[in-house]
Write a protein that binds this ligand. Structure first.
Ligand code: GMT
Length: 379
């Protein structure tokens, strides 16, 4: 099959899923063409079936300050779909990708090219609900030939927020358990071995991630169980988080690494993963931690209960309940047997329910179903 994939190329979860999916499809024999404004951050392999097409927006004084990326993307999509004879254009994150893909189809006058949109989370829960984007998001979803959501929760939110009857297939995110696994070797070479416990958080440091809760939990836990914290990622709340660590004299215990390429080496060495988000449609970072045998403390919000088994692979607590999350963190960090049991339960869930080997064929089957459908329908 010849597949085009468009995503945000930065370190966000939707770009990660799109990139890992494209790589997995190429390894199984499909031709995959990534179309975006930059090389996706995890697209770090050379493979004869993986291609990258960069979208450039030609500057023009009249376009300032809003160069029309959506249109440049649509043009590039149409060009690649035409020359590469794409069967499917799979876009990740509805805005603006679903609209650009629809325009590309119109440009080509093609009924052969099928557009599939995968909804990831904030495209529905935050951005898509904003009055200035709601109608266009709903339109993008309804004109797609196929739509998937990464959790049942996100499917249901989409149906109710957008008042749409469009069929939405749930295909959850996935992980490669061969890559994400417990292994402290590389970490110890980088940071030295220590008897301190290691906590980890990975995100884009946006307000929805509640990174100040992460640090408040760590601040309490480290005073009971000597521990260190690794913060991976970057974003708007990082400065505030670093300032908090300076004020609380935590600088020798909390390490802000920014966006790192070797994520699995750090996650795989951790003893506890924290994800106290306001909402989370899935929680890709939590799944990668579970695959690495790391217990997860997260919030009972969004699609997280579909990924983390409360009391088995970690604990789910109310949003903002820092007291309860700190108490659970201390419980896990001070009980190696519990940590190991929860870690193993998480790995089992990752291997059996969210294994790349199981989920990628679900996308492939969905592509085939959509291709077999003759006419696209808005409902
Ligand atoms: O908002 C983000 O955290 C980034 C966003 C994205 O689209 O890049 O993440 C969303 O998609 C991920 C991959 O499907 C999910 O694992 C995250 O839960 C989801 N984020 C939210 O719902 C907040």
């Amino acid at each position: 099959m010849r597949i085009g994939i468009t995503c945000y190329p930065t370190f966000g979860g939707s770009g990660v899923v799109a990139t890992e999916l494209g790589i997995a499809l190429a390894r199984r024999g499909d031709d995959v063409h990534f179309i975006s404004y930059a090389l996706p951050s995890r697209l770090n392999i050379l493979h004869e079936r993986v291609h990258f097409h960069e979208v450039t927006v030609t500057p023009y004084p009249l376009f300032d300050p809003y160069p029309p990326y959506t249109l440049a993307l649509a043009t590039k999509m149409a060009e690649v779909a035409d020359y590469e004879k794409l069967d499917v254009l799979h876009v990740h994150y509805a805005i603006p990708h679903a609209i650009s893909a629809h325009l590309a189809k119109q440009i080509l006058g093609s009924t052969r090219l099928k557009v599939i949109t995968t909804l990831h989370g904030t495209d529905i829960t935050l951005v898509g609900r904003d009055a200035s984007y709601l109608p266009i998001t709903k339109f993008g979803i309804e004109v797609s030939d196929g739509v998937t959501a990464v959790s049942r929760w996100l499917r249901d939110e989409t149906a109710s927020n957008f008042d749409t009857k469009k069929r939405i297939e749930v295909i959850p995110n996935f992980v490669d358990p061969k890559r994400f696994r417990r292994d402290r070797t590389a970490f110890c070479q980088l940071f030295g071995s220590s008897s301190d416990k290691l906590l980890c958080h990975v995100s884009n440091f946006r307000p929805v991630k509640r990174v100040m809760d992460v640090l408040a939990i760590f601040d309490r836990a480290t005073h009971v169980v000597p521990s260190r914290m690794i913060m991976i990622g970057d974003g708007p709340d990082r400065s505030r988080a670093e300032a908090f660590c300076r004020e609380r004299d935590l600088r020798d215990r909390v390490f802000f690494l920014g966006n790192v390429p070797n994520l699995e080496e750090i996650v795989g060495a951790s003893d506890l993963f924290l994800l106290p988000s306001e909402t989370e449609s899935f929680g890709m970072a939590a799944l990668e931690a579970m695959a690495s045998e790391v217990p997860v403390i997260a919030t009972k919000a969004g699609g997280l209960p579909e990924v983390i088994a409360d009391g088995e692979s970690g604990y789910l607590l109310p949003v903002g309940d820092v007291d309860a999350m700190s108490a659970r963190a201390i419980e896990i960090l001070s009980n190696p047997e519990l940590q190991q049991r929860m870690g193993r339960a998480g790995r089992h869930i990752a291997e059996t329910r969210f294994n790349v080997e199981k989920i990628v064929p679900q996308y492939r089957d969905f592509y085939e179903q959509v291709i077999a459908t003759r006419v696209s329908s808005r409902a």
